[in-house]
Design a protein around this ligand. Structure first.
Ligand code: ADP
Length: 464
């Protein structure tokens, strides 16, 4: 099934939302403005009638009474505004009546207003209604004025014109707002979709093996930024894995090359009859085979600590007792090289996997023994800091040069290959120690100088 793109979903939803909002606002504005305008017109009409009544009332002369000529002028003027008036004196006699005066004009005015209103406002159901005003002067009734006009209100052509112009403006504003919203919607959708498209392209490249790729993490919304960071982290982790895999392959090939080459040249010479297969020669072949099997078991140990998620069986461990135990196991080797071994210091128990920590101490101790000169000292100091239980393994042996120091924890790294070949190390003791410490959430550090000894410090966190 072909799916709709996020861009089109976002833009159409945004446009629909804006359309609904603008329609609602336009309809509400239209209703409100019309109602307001009608109320205004109604009020205007009533004020107009009041004004006519006031003007006519002021024409009354206390001594001469009503002057029909003046009233006539006003009445005709009012008629042109849609008011049909009839003035009666205090006794109810007609002074002036627009209908009497010009009936056809009155009907013309009334019918033109009625036709216009019925056409424009068919549901208004309006009609001409008469409103009576009592005219007074000094609290005495001077007459009565009947004013008829179209009720509840009537509008002129220009009023309708005003309303329809207003509505057209509303529609135009709505249209412009819609167009603006559509453009904004597309921009908004693009803003969201572009980083996603970049990420899709990047993850496709990553799955194709291009781990060096990194996405720009700046300028995105928080969630997008987090996703970008996650993709970058994933690429970084894969890159590291890939590099590790390559390194391991080349390291293993490198380590296998010498014993296998030796072995095959020995065998060849024996097969060709150049060498007689004496027990000594067979023994050196056996020696090479032993190195190969040693290498295989080293690889096995490495796999255990590096590849799997190391399972730790933690319990409170007394580092002093544990170190003493390991030191004891090295007694004969120390004796052989005429070395002095000491364990001092103290710390309350730390949570750790005692077997693994034992292995770390043993690896460090074995190195110290291997790389010490006859008559030297190997010292294990247990220390207590705020956050860690610390094991320091110090020796006054050959030390490590500054050039080698950064690499000694790398697997198969040996500062001096020819010597370590003799001492038998494959260069993974420290790699294993570091992996164990990482699994504990701790760390291992080294301080060393050529010819003046080394100090390895193991930090085991006190809290998990
Ligand atoms: P190896 O099996 O070769 O001892 P390690 O990983 O334990 O491998 O050590 C890596 C390298 O670090 C050693 O080959 C050695 O050159 C150096 N090294 C480690 N510990 C010491 C030490 N106490 N004194 C001097 N050099 C050391």
């Amino acid at each position: 099934m072909r799916r709709r793109s996020l861009r089109s979903i976002l833009s159409t939803r945004f446009a629909l939302l804006v359309l609904a909002a603008i329609s609602l606002i336009s309809i509400a504005a239209n209703i409100l403005i019309n109602a307001q305008f009608e109320a205004y017109v109604e009020e205007r009409q009533k004020l107009g009638a009041d004004g006519i009544a006031r003007n006519i009332s002021s024409q009354y002369d206390g001594s001469a009474g009503w002057n029909a000529d003046y009233v006539h002028g006003m009445g005709m003027y009012a008629l042109s505004d849609g008011y049909i008036i009839k003035l009666l004196d205090g006794d109810g006699r007609v002074v002036w009546d627009a209908e009497n005066h010009d009936m056809s004009l009155c009907h013309e005015v009334m019918s033109s207003i009625t036709i216009l209103m019925r056409r424009e406002r068919p549901d208004l159901k309006g009609r001409f209604t008469t409103h009576r005003y009592d005219l007074t002067q000094k609290d005495a009734i001077t007459g009565y004025l009947d004013i008829s006009y179209y009720s509840p209100y009537s509008m002129r052509e220009d009023d309708f014109h005003f309303i329809s112009t207003l509505n057209r403006i509303l529609v135009a504003v709505g249209g412009v707002a819609m167009a603006g919203a559509a453009i904004l919607g597309v921009l908004l959708a693009n803003g969201i979709v572009r980083p996603l498209a970049d990420m899709t392209a990047a993850t496709k490249k990553i799955s194709g093996g291009d781990y060096a790729i990194r996405l720009d993490e700046k300028g995105h919304a928080q969630e997008v930024c987090e996703l970008t960071q996650a993709v970058n982290q994933m690429a970084g982790a894969l890159e590291e894995q890939e590099a590790m895999r390559k390194r391991l392959t080349s390291d293993v090939a490198h380590e296998l090359r010498t014993p296998v080459a030796n072995l095959s040249s020995y065998m060849e010479m024996m097969i060709d009859g150049v060498w007689a297969p004496t027990p000594e020669r067979l023994q050196s072949c056996g020696g090479e085979l032993q190195r190969l099997s040693g290498l295989i078991s080293d690889l096995e140990r490495l796999r255990q600590v590096e590849d799997e998620k190391m399972e730790l069986h933690k319990a409170d461990v007394d580092l002093l007792a544990l170190s003493g135990e390991v030191m004891k196991g090295f007694e004969s080797q120390l004796h052989e090289k005429g070395l002095q071994g000491r364990v001092t210091g103290s710390v309350s128990a730390v949570p750790a996997d005692s077997e693994r920590i034992k292995q770390v101490i043993a690896n460090l101790l074995s190195n110290s023994v291997k790389y010490s000169r006859r008559g030297g000292t190997v010292h294990i100091v247990i220390e207590d800091t705020k956050d860690y239980g610390v094991i320091r393994v110090e020796d006054d042996g050959i030390g490590i040069s500054a050039g080698d120091l950064p690499y000694i924890f790398e697997r198969f790294y040996r500062a001096d290959r020819s010597r370590t070949r003799r001492t038998g190390g494959a260069g993974i003791g420290l790699t294993i120690a570091r992996a164990i410490m990482r699994a504990h959430g701790g760390k291992i550090t080294v301080e060393s100088e050529r010819d003046s000894g080394s100090k390895f410090s193991v930090f085991i966190p006190k809290s998990n």
